[in-house]
Design a protein around this ligand. Structure first.
Ligand code: ATP
Ligand code: MG
Ligand code: MG
Length: 550
């Protein structure tokens, strides 16, 4: 097997292992904030963190970064756990930043005692002003020179709930002239009287991301803390805090976040789509969420392969969504069971086929594997549904389907030749008449007739009905997030509902989570939300055609 080259984080880990760093231990973490459902970008981070640990005999923690009580919820916690497991990963420990609130509070007091943090009464504009601009150093507020004792007392009072939201903050005392704006006395704690989904009303103060994240990494003794590029300027602060607190030296490494064409990938924007009912939920099959992709019919393997294929980079880039589609096609081509369904039906009558006769034809479930994973029986009779577009009254030369005088093979069945057709008053074709060659049955054809086309069909008397949902891109703009209003390019035709399609009877046994290839139409899966005891609903996962590889 071909040796795969290492990505830059693997190189760092192997170097660390060679140097005996961290006693040869590799511990990564996936740190979602429970303020939304996971999306395909998170999948990239999940695959990276978990596969690094797997590769180097390490472990991965799941840590909920729950420091913003107002936007967080247990609904999100539950969905995140479900999605990670569905992707095929199991965390070593389930942890919460909120479990460290006591420790973080002690760390903050330690900084105050070393004169490395102070309570500032300025409002947010004053604090912003005190930081200066990238070209102009900041100016200390009058509070910067408070005594250690006063700071300790004020911080304890903040914690005791003596002040209102926004009245005071705790700031690190670093360097107001630092070329790195994040080092200009960043805020460590703010006052927020809000109910937290785990700690209730215990805390009126909450740590900021920069104070919570690195310290949580350190508490857990994370060895390689992987995050996205926008955190590069936060790294000096990450290191400064760990260094001043003299705690376990976790290290932060950055890779480029996943950007996917024709979609948005920020939880805030996705939440807007849900709240404004532009999609029906977080798991709408058009959403780039893990739950949406699952409902759409994506498999965990296809998502893992996608993440593997795109690899990790140190520069921002945009991945074409058709690569994701290529990955699910590749997977379903190997695994999906083949079935027949007619989405836009017209009737085909085989005039020389005996009235009332039914034949049970055999069709392989999966021609891609040896043995075909068994057969299903497909009833065949005198009247069949075929696709409207498989018949043309005035067929051009290369139309290898049906038209007056033209012949095709009916998949798994016989060769038929069109003799006539009927139209309604509006001129729409309603019925097509054919004669079949009785000695042309698939697998035992002695007719000698050569045909170029094969079409799918469903027996009228045996067909089941189903609703079929076809999807298109949710956005028409390649990079909707870059537009002033990302919702401006929403595709009004992203969902097409076919209320009555005809499906072969065996599809009544379709299972949620399994992919089916509707021959010539694409890959489909049973919709887990809208399907009921008496109504089948299928989602098209992806079309058959591979437009990406060309
Ligand atoms: P969003 O911008 O969608 O709200 P986030 O970074 O705020 O994302 P978190 O819940 O904090 O969401 O993300 C958890 C982890 O997933 C973080 O380590 C983050 O870097 C990573 N992550 C988020 N979005 C992407 C992405 N598009 N590509 C790769 N990793 C991502
Ligand atoms: Mg985040
Ligand atoms: Mg965010």
């Amino acid at each position: 097997e071909e040796e795969k080259s290492l990505n830059f984080i693997e190189e760092i880990i192997e170097e660390d292992l060679r140097n005996g760093k961290n006693d040869g231990r590799v511990l990564t973490r996936f740190p979602p904030e429970p303020n939304g459902y996971l999306h395909i970008g998170h999948a990239k981070s999940i695959c990276l963190n978990f596969s690094l640990a797997q590769k180097y005999n390490g472990k991965t923690n799941l840590r909920f970064d729950d420091t913003n009580p107002v936007t967080e919820d247990v609904e999100y916690v539950d969905s995140i756990k479900k999605d990670i497991q569905w992707l095929g990963f199991q965390w070593a420990e389930e942890l919460y930043t909120s479990d460290y609130f006591d420790t973080l509070y002690e760390y903050a007091k330690q900084l105050i005692k070393h004169d490395l943090a102070y309570v500032d009464d300025s409002n947010s504009e004053e604090i912003a002003a005190s930081k200066g601009t990238p070209t102009k150093p900041g100016v200390p507020t009058v509070y910067r020179s408070r005594s250690i004792e006063e700071n300790l007392q004020l911080f304890e009072d903040m914690r005791a709930g003596k002040y209102k939201d926004g009245e005071k903050v705790l700031r690190a005392k670093i360097d107001l002239a630092s070329p790195n704006m994040h080092m200009r006395d960043p805020i460590l704690y703010r006052i927020k009287h809000a109910d937290h989904h785990r700690t209730g009303d215990k805390w009126p103060i909450y740590p900021m991301y920069d104070f919570a994240h690195g310290q949580s990494d350190s508490i857990e003794k994370i060895t390689h803390s992987v995050c996205t590029l926008e955190f590069i300027p936060h790294r000096p602060l990450y290191d400064w805090l760990i260094d001043r607190l003299e705690i376990f030296p976790s290290k932060q490494y950055e890779f480029a976040r996943l950007n996917l064409s024709y979609t948005v990938m920020s939880k805030r924007k996705l939440l807007q789509l849900v709240n404004e009912k532009l999609v029906d939920s977080w798991d709408d099959p058009r959403m780039p969420t893990i739950s949406g992709l699952r409902r759409r019919g994506y498999t965990p393997e296809s998502i893992r392969n996608f993440c593997e294929r795109i690899g990790i980079q140190k520069r921002e880039n945009m991945i074409d969504v058709s690569l994701l589609e290529f990955c699910i096609r590749e997977d379903l081509n190997k695994t999906a069971w083949r079935r027949m369904a007619v989405l836009d039906p017209i009737k085909l009558v085989i005039t020389n086929y005996p009235e009332g006769q039914v034949e049970e034809l055999e069709g392989e479930n999966n021609p891609e594997v040896e043995g075909g994973e068994g057969n299903r029986m497909i009833p065949f009779s005198k009247e069949l549904w075929i696709e409207r577009e498989d018949f043309m009254e005035d067929a051009p030369k290369k139309f290898f389907r049906l038209g007056p005088g033209l012949s095709v093979r009916l998949k798994h069945g016989y060769i038929v030749t069109c003799t006539d057709f009927k139209k309604d008053e509006q001129g729409n074709v309603t019925e097509v008449y054919c004669e079949y060659a009785p000695n042309s049955k698939s697998g035992e054809d002695t007719s000698g007739i050569k045909v170029k086309g094969t079409i799918h069909w469903v027996s009228v008397a045996h067909a089941k009905e189903a609703e079929v949902r076809l999807y298109d891109r949710l956005f028409q703009d390649e990079n909707p997030a870059a537009a002033e209003d990302f919702k401006a390019s929403i595709n009004p035709d992203s969902l097409q509902i076919i209320e009555k399609a005809y499906i072969e009877p065996d599809l009544a046994n379709a299972e949620v989570g399994k992919g089916y290839q509707f021959i010539r139409l694409g890959y489909f899966t049973l919709d887990s939300k809208h399907t009921t005891a008496d109504k089948l609903v299928f989602n098209r996962t992806v079309t058959l055609k591979d437009s990406w590889a060309k």
